[in-house]
Design a protein around this ligand. Sequence first.
Ligand SMILES: Cc1cc2nc3c(=O)[nH]c(=O)nc-3n(C[C@H](O)[C@H](O)[C@H](O)COP(=O)(O)OP(=O)(O)OC[C@H]3O[C@@H](n4cnc5c(N)ncnc54)[C@H](O)[C@@H]3O)c2cc1C
Length: 469
Amino acid sequence: MSSNERTRDHGERAVLTPARMNKAGLCIGCGACVAQAGESTARMRFDRFGQLRPRASGEENGSSAFAEICPFSPTSTNEDTIAAERFASSKYTDPRIGRYEACYVGHVREGMFRAEGSSGGMANWTAVELLEKGLVDGVAQVVPSSGDQPFFRYQISRKAEDVRKGAKSRYHPVELSGIVEEIRRQPGRYAVVGIPCFVKAVHLLRRQDPVLQERLAFTLGLFCGHMKSARFVESFAWQMGERIDAVAGVDYRLKDESRPANWYTAHLEMRDGSSRSRDWWHLVDGDWGAGFFQNSACNFCDDVVAETADISFGDAWVEPYASDGRGTNVVIVRSPELHRLIGRAAEEGRLELREVDGAFVVRTQAAGFRQRREGLAFRLSWPRRGVRPSKRVSARFTGLAPRRMLIYWLRSVISAQSHHVFWCARALHLPSLYLRWASMMLAFYQGVTYSRGWVGRFVDRIVPREKGD
Ligand SMILES: Cc1cc2nc3c(=O)[nH]c(=O)nc-3n(C[C@H](O)[C@H](O)[C@H](O)COP(=O)(O)OP(=O)(O)OC[C@H]3O[C@@H](n4cnc5c(N)ncnc54)[C@H](O)[C@@H]3O)c2cc1C
């Protein structure tokens, strides 16, 4: 047995399997293990918490190569090494955003990409441009699943109009095994759009499989705060007085140009043709930072900006862009070929892009970097059972202000408990059980984080804020 097949577990060494990763809270549900298992009976299924998990008979899909393709495996190749192999001659390297050629802030000027996109429309524009320029034959992206639950799925779009229909961010579990199977089956060149751990998984699979190596031409990354479970949208429905089976479609971020881009509105299309909307700030679980329904593996992620992707896209969460309801992207370009592609389009006036430095991009994701750097170091120092994650950040228990420790601890409690409390409320047909619990936890979280309400005043007395808190 090679060292890659083993990992430390309570002083013993044991074979790493999807089941053990799941038990340790390190399965993101990407489906890479199922894709690797190929034609076996392994499948991705939703668990009782609305999260995708591999289901196989016994340890079937815990093959010797599993430890090398699972993006959260402690022995798989890390983002630094993958990026060093892929972008060996990159112009810049930054400890937070990795290797890159250039960074930009801006949006798409041509067509409806910006209006139809979640942010500035750059992600979907790039996907369409790759297709239209004949650089790829298909784009793997996440699209609505025509009125059926689970609402969204990965699809390979082969026509520009299909890619356009796939615009917008889906904070919903999806998995890659189907599209990897299709790429293996159908010769051609492909681009894959994904959040950082999915893009990493694609590269890990590619390293093992010459067919994927030849066919996966580009990876388009989305910055990521964390992944939610499918219960997030179910909770939206409850709070809008509806049942999830009456919902036909979801828009997590309904665009309204007259309001700041960071005022998200959740929008549900109902089966009877009506619709419901509510601002995230008026939802008990709509404060992103509180971590409701967060996948537990996200507690152990250290890649905010998809460091292994050829190009990555995020939201420009700094002023004046955050207040511009039309949406603005930050873009990190790593592939020289894609750099030329977007450079030419900017010269032609099809894109509005201004070059910025890496520090600007980091500022747009300040909260994400706090959570994945100092927060991750703190979480790694906590005792845990089972598989130990191996990260590019070292464990550190000391050095944080007590208030920040409290925030990280509270966030992890909310994210872990939200799955269980919602499951219980769902089983008992008692939405109020979850909604009351979530309101209470939100009050604690916002009290500690923003000194809001009586909880804030109380916490301020016991754990006074320090400079920078
Ligand atoms: C779970 C999640 C968390 C995110 N967290 C952050 C964050 O913390 N900070 C930040 O700046 N940005 C974050 N983003 C990215 C952000 O929401 C936008 O997707 C990004 O700014 C690109 O916007 P756009 O207008 O260019 O994309 P669009 O032009 O709307 O195109 C989006 C493309 O991404 C595809 N897509 C949508 N959802 C998924 C998905 N789940 N997996 C794979 N592909 C998908 C679509 O099919 C489409 O091709 C997150 C996205 C997701 C999915």
